[in-house]
Design a protein around this ligand. Structure first.
Ligand code: MV4
Length: 483
């Protein structure tokens, strides 16, 4: 008898819908909670049960006491936190356990370990995973940091030990700027994370961001589900994600898998998880951090591996053994994910909440769409601007790029600006088509992109309007002739 019969989804948007879908396929009852402004969210309709949480629309998904109370009232056996919100909150995972609710994710201890960038770096180094040279303790002063930087040489990067999303990070090119940037990083860390610990490490110029997907059960079985290249980012927000990483040597890939799975086995990690590495031009790689949650970009891995990650997370949390060995997992083709955001590239990518007035989704072979968008849906202003993900698949890289171009041109969203135009420019870019990109790609290319909407779609729209006018005039003449 499985313990998990009913799951509370402590999230919203496309990931809430994704978890509902996984539950349905596992014959698990899905329950969601929703804020006042999310009443029209499609996931609220698709869940078997839904409960409103009144008050501040952001707190609705963060107030874990209330969420646990509601989960108990609704007789849920487990909670899935999705990504963001409470997903990497060790106190929440601990509170669930205390209240007899299964947290679908790793242990509170593992969440806490990887929330601490210094402790996790030390732990991974101990287990034989390469890390960049740096301080293995929080800096006690700017002077100490400066002394250390002189030893390892500039440039160095100052990072918040409990940070994320690029906050509390400063690149230091020479000793004279150290003190000022140290103070900036520290105060930013206090502001956003209420912690003042910062550390330093050697700075890599424009590395690639490569991550590997781990799945581990509670019996010590650890497998990897391949890798992803997430180098195409804007201000630490991923824009396009690819599986597997194109242009990565097979020997490098194998090493990433070997050291990553070994470390997770040694740590006794359980659930889905992602190990992030920076990879330099010579394919040296260094552990950066570990994400102890299901990630936005998980679909590209699902497509190349044929494995449903959310379902496997639920089974692992229920105490099931992994049903497959590493050798049984076969990878095929390339998958590319495009995050669809309601934002205006012409206004420094400012989020653009509003109502979708026209909507036409792409389809056909090799296209997956994970979205909450529909015609008439109003995107609320309180949350992040991502409204979905378009994922394409083909047997080779060239095919995946062509597929992406085709699907992105089929996709029409009107009423709000979206980044579809940006994506259409990326897939036309020669470096992208040759799979030549690193973390410097976005900033380097942005000024070369035409984001004014004068693309294929605009032309189609004009053609359509001309045809409509023509038909109208023919009809008019027709009527006159008949009279
Ligand atoms: C770095 C780095 C270069 N050298 N660390 C950004 C967020 C966090 N995950 C780590 N980040 C970086 N750490 C050293 N020692 C460059 C980045 C970085 C980056 C990393 C991945 C993807 C995009 C990035 C964009 C700018 C900087």
């Amino acid at each position: 008898m499985k313990k998990i019969q009913k799951v509370m989804i402590a999230n919203r948007g496309e990931i809430a819908l994704r978890i509902i879908r996984a539950c349905k396929e596992l014959d698990i009852v899905s329950v969601c909670l929703f804020s006042e402004v999310d009443i029209d969210g499609i996931w609220v309709k698709k869940a078997d049960e839904a409960y409103p949480i009144m008050g501040n629309p952001i707190d609705a998904y963060l107030d874990y006491e209330r969420i646990i109370t509601l989960a108990k009232k609704a007789e849920c056996d487990a909670v899935h936190p999705g990504y963001g919100f409470l997903s990497e909150n060790a106190d929440f995972a601990e509170a669930c356990k205390r209240e007899g609710i299964i947290f679908i994710g790793p242990s509170a201890e593992h969440i806490a370990l990887f929330g601490d960038k210094i402790a996790s770096k030390n732990a991974m180094k101990e287990l034989g995973v390469p890390v960049l040279p740096g301080t293995d303790e929080p800096l006690s002063s700017a002077e100490e940091g400066e002394r250390f930087s002189n030893e390892i040489g500039y440039p160095v990067i100052i990072k918040a030990a409990f940070g994320g999303g690029g906050r509390g990070m400063r690149i230091v090119h020479e000793a004279s700027e150290f003190k000022k940037l140290f103070e900036e990083a520290q105060s930013e860390s206090v502001k956003y994370f209420a912690r003042d610990e910062v550390f330093i490490e050697r700075y890599l110029e424009n590395p690639r961001h490569i991550e590997i997907q781990i799945l581990a059960d509670s019996y010590g079985n650890v497998v990897h589900l391949g890798d992803r290249d997430c180098s195409i980012q804007r201000r630490h927000q991923k824009v396009v994600e690819i599986a597997p990483a194109p242009n990565l040597k097979d020997s490098t890939r194998r090493e990433l898998y070997r050291v990553g799975t070994k470390a997770m086995f040694k740590l006794g990690y359980e659930s889905a998880g992602t190990i992030e590495f920076l990879v330099d031009k010579d394919e040296n790689f260094y552990f950066m951090e570990m994400n102890t949650r299901i990630q936005v970009e998980h679909p590209v891995t699902e497509i190349i591996s044929g494995m449903d990650l959310v379902q496997r997370m639920i089974e692992i949390a229920d105490g099931d053994k992994l049903k497959f060995l590493q050798e049984e997992i076969k990878f095929q083709g390339y998958a590319i994910e495009f995050r669809i955001n309601a934002e205006d590239a012409q206004k420094d990518f400012a989020p653009q909440p509003g109502t979708i007035t026209e909507y036409m989704s792409p389809g056909g072979p090799g296209v997956r769409l994970d979205t909450i968008a529909y015609k008439g849906y109003t995107i609320p202003a309180y949350y992040d601007s991502m409204i979905g993900k378009l994922i394409v698949f083909a047997i080779d890289w060239e095919g995946a790029v062509k597929k992406a171009e085709r699907a992105l041109c089929e996709y029409r969203i009107q009423g709000i600006p979206t980044n579809l135009t940006l994506h259409r420019q990326i897939v036309k870019d020669e470096d992208f088509r040759n799979a030549v990109f690193d973390t410097g790609y976005f900033d380097k290319k942005l000024s070369t992109f035409n984001l004014k909407g004068q693309d294929q779609l605009q032309k189609e729209e004009e053609k359509h309007q001309k045809l409509a006018a023509l038909i109208a005039s023919i009809k008019k003449n027709d009527v006159q002739v008949r009279h």
